[in-house]
Design a protein around this ligand. Structure first.
Ligand code: ME8
Length: 522
C-alpha cells in the first residue's frame, strides 16, 4: 500500500441511455489526470467511474428499442462506456454499475439504516417530474414550451414537457439538514468549488429545503425498498450511493475507512445533487461528507452546451482517430480553464496540436535525442561548469514543478499545464541561444556542447515526468528513450530528480506526427 494520503476521486456515473460524447470524456480525463498526478506523487490514489443504469429514462430507452433494461445496459456498457476508457486512456481502479449486486445490496443497507433511524417516512407526492433530468421540478424550474410544446410548461434543460406525478412515496427528511449544510459551506469554504458553483448552492439551500421523495411505485426498474418491495428507490438516491458501495460500505470497513471521503468531480449541471442531497444523506447515516465537490464547466460546441439530444454531440473517437488520445487529453485540459465553460472547435485543437505538441514539445524531444545520438553516439554527456543560462534552466525545472503541484491541489489543471509549458518554452529558447549545432563544429567547444546537451536532456526528462499524467502515451515512448525504470514510478512532485539512462535510444518517429487532414470527413 502506498504510504501517502488517501486520494479517492470519483467521476459521476453516467446514464447508459445513450453513447458517450466528449463531455463525458472531459470529466473522465480531468479525474484521470488528477488521479495519475496524486498516484505519482505517492498518494494512495483511487479512481472510480461507472454507469447509472436504473430509472425511467433507461427503462424507456430500452423499451423503445425492444429489449429489457438489463440487456440495454449490458450492451451499452460493453460496447460504448467501457471502451470510452481506452479511447481516452483512463487508468481507473474500479468501474461500478448500479446493477452490480454489491451496489444494490449496499443501497438497501443504507436505506434500511436511515429508515430504522427515523429519517424516512411515507407520504403523498404530487408534483412535476422531468424524466430527462430524472428530477422533481418546482414551478420556478419550468419555462414556456415552444414549437410542438407551445402552450405547455417544459423543463428548462430538456425543453420537453414534464410529467405530473401523484403517488404514495417514501420521503427522506432532507429539510432537517438545511442548517447543517449551511454550516458546512461556511466552515469548509472549499467544500464546493469553484466559487460560482458554491454561491449558487448556498443560495439554493438558503431558500429552504423540502423533504425528498426517494421511492417510486409506478415501475420496477430499480433497487427494491427493503421493507416495502412494491417501491423502487429513486434513481438519484440509488446512484449517489455508488461512491460508497464501491469501496465496501457495510461489508468491508477497512477498505471503506481507508478510502472515504472522496473528491467528487462532476459537471456543474449535477453539482446540486452532489453538494446538497448527497452530504445530507451522509449526515443522516452518520458518515463523513465528501472532501470536495468540484463542479466543472460545460463543453460548448458553436456556443451551445454540447448534447446528444440537441445533435451537437461529438464522439470522443472522432477526435482521437485524427489526433490521438494524448492530444485529446492535452487539448481539453489546456484550452479550458477548469471550472469554466469552454468552446470546442476543430480549428483550435488543430492549431494547438501543431504549435504546442508537435512543434513545442515533440520537436524539442526529437532535437535533444537526435543531437546526443549524433554528437555523442547516444552516450549521455556529463555537464562541465554551469553558466547562468544553464542554471536558469534548472531553476525553471524546480519552480514549475512546485507551481504545477500546487495548481493540481487547487484543481487548476490548466494552470498546471501552463506552468509546465514554461519549461518547454525555456528549453526551446535555451537551445536556440546556445546553438549546440554551432558548438559541435568546433572541437575546442566540446565541453560546452556536453554541458548544453546534458542540461537540455535534464530539462526534457523533468518535462517527461511532469507531463506523464497528461499525455501518458507520448511520455512513455520518450521515457523509453531517455529514462530508467518505470515512468509512472517517478515522483512527479520531485520531477527534476529523475535519472537518465547512460545512453539515449533514438526515437523511431516524431511523438506527434503531422496531421494530413485535421477534421474528419463530413
Ligand atoms: O447526470 N460538458 O449522468 P449523465 C461537460 N447519471 N461535461 C459534460 C457535458 C458537457 N457538455 N455533458 C455531460 C448523470 N457532461 C447522472 C449522474 S452521479 C451519482 C449520477 C458530463 O450521463 C458532466 O460530468 O447525464 C456531467 O455532470 C455528466 O456528464 C452528466 O452525465
Amino acid at each position: 500500500m502506498p504510504a501517502g494520503d488517501s486520494f479517492f476521486i470519483a467521476t459521476p456515473i453516467f446514464y447508459v441511455n445513450d453513447v458517450p460524447h466528449i463531455g463525458h470524456a472531459y470529466t473522465e480525463v480531468a479525474a484521470d489526470v488528477l488521479a495519475r498526478w496524486h498516484r505519482q506523487r505517492g498518494d494512495d490514489a483511487w479512481l472510480l467511474t461507472g454507469t447509472d443504469e436504473h430509472g425511467q429514462k433507461i427503462l424507456r430507452t430500452a423499451t423503445s428499442n425492444g429489449v429489457t433494461p438489463q440487456e440495454w445496459a449490458d450492451k451499452l456498457v460493453t460496447e460504448s462506456w467501457k471502451p470510452l476508457l481506452q479511447t481516452v486512456d483512463i487508468r481507473n481502479d474500479d468501474f461500478i454499475r448500479t446493477t452490480d449486486a454489491r451496489h444494490e445490496k449496499g443501497v438497501q443497507t443504507f436505506l434500511q439504516k436511515l429508515y430504522d433511524d427515523g429519517f424516512i417516512y411515507q407520504g403523498e407526492f404530487e408534483g412535476f417530474y422531468c424524466v430527462g433530468c430524472e428530477e422533481y421540478k418546482q414551478p420556478g424550474d419550468l419555462v414556456d414550451g415552444t414549437g410542438p410544446f407551445e402552450g405547455q410548461q417544459v423543463c428548462a434543460i430538456h425543453s420537453k414537457p414534464v410529467e405530473l406525478l401523484q403517488e404514495s412515496n417514501y420521503f427522506f427528511r432532507m429539510s432537517d439538514f438545511e442548517q447543517r449544510l449551511l454550516d458546512l459551506y461556511e466552515q469548509q469554504p472549499d467544500f464546493v468549488q469553484p466559487d460560482t458553483v458554491r454561491n449558487e448552492i448556498v443560495q439554493f439551500v438558503k431558500q429552504g429545503l423540502r423533504d425528498l421523495s426517494i421511492s417510486r411505485q409506478s415501475f420496477d426498474w430499480g433497487v427494491k425498498v427493503p421493507w416495502d418491495e412494491k417501491h423502487v428507490v429513486y434513481v438519484w438516491f440509488d446512484a449517489l450511493l455508488n461512491y460508497i458501495t464501491a469501496i465496501g460500505y457495510g461489508v468491508d470497513d477497512d477498505e471503506f475507512d481507508r478510502r472515504w471521503p472522496a473528491v467528487q468531480l462532476v459537471g456543474k449541471d449535477i453539482a446540486r445533487f452532489h453538494a446538497v442531497i448527497w452530504p445530507a444523506m451522509l449526515m443522516a447515516a452518520g458518515l463523513p461528507v465528501p472532501k470536495n465537490v468540484f463542479g466543472h464547466g460545460w463543453l460548448l460546441v458553436g456556443g451551445e452546451k454540447m448534447s446528444k439530444s440537441k445533435l451537437t454531440g461529438i464522439a470522443p473517437q472522432q477526435i482521437t482517430d485524427v489526433f490521438g488520445s494524448d492530444a485529446f487529453r492535452y487539448y481539453f485540459m489546456r484550452a479550458i480553464t477548469f471550472g469554466q465553460d469552454g468552446n470546442f472547435s476543430w480549428e483550435d485543437i488543430s492549431a494547438r496540436y501543431q504549435a504546442e505538441l508537435a512543434n513545442g514539445f515533440g520537436n524539442l524531444a526529437s532535437r535533444v535525442v537526435a543531437m546526443i545520438t549524433r554528437y555523442f553516439d547516444g552516450t549521455v554527456p556529463v555537464a562541465g561548469e554551469l553558466t547562468d543560462a544553464d542554471l536558469a534552466v534548472r531553476e525553471t525545472e524546480v519552480r514549475v514543478t512546485a507551481a504545477a503541484d500546487a495548481a493540481i491541489d487547487r484543481f487548476a489543471i490548466n494552470e498546471a499545464l501552463s506552468s509546465i509549458w514554461e519549461l518547454v518554452d525555456t528549453l526551446n529558447g535555451y537551445i536556440t541561444e546556445q546553438e549546440p549545432w554551432a558548438l559541435a563544429k568546433d572541437e575546442s567547444k566540446r565541453e560546452r556542447l556536453a554541458t548544453v546537451l546534458a542540461t537540455s536532456l535534464r530539462g526534457l526528462g523533468t518535462l517527461t515526468v511532469l507531463l506523464s499524467p497528461f499525455i501518458p502515451t507520448a511520455t512513455t515512448t520518450l521515457w523509453q528513450s531517455i529514462g530508467q525504470g518505470e515512468l509512472t514510478s517517478q515522483p512527479v512532485d520531485r520531477a527534476p530528480e529523475w535519472s537518465s539512462a547512460p545512453e539515449v535510444q533514438p526515437l523511431a518517429a516524431g511523438l506527434f506526427p503531422r496531421i494530413e487532414q485535421p477534421e474528419p470527413a463530413k
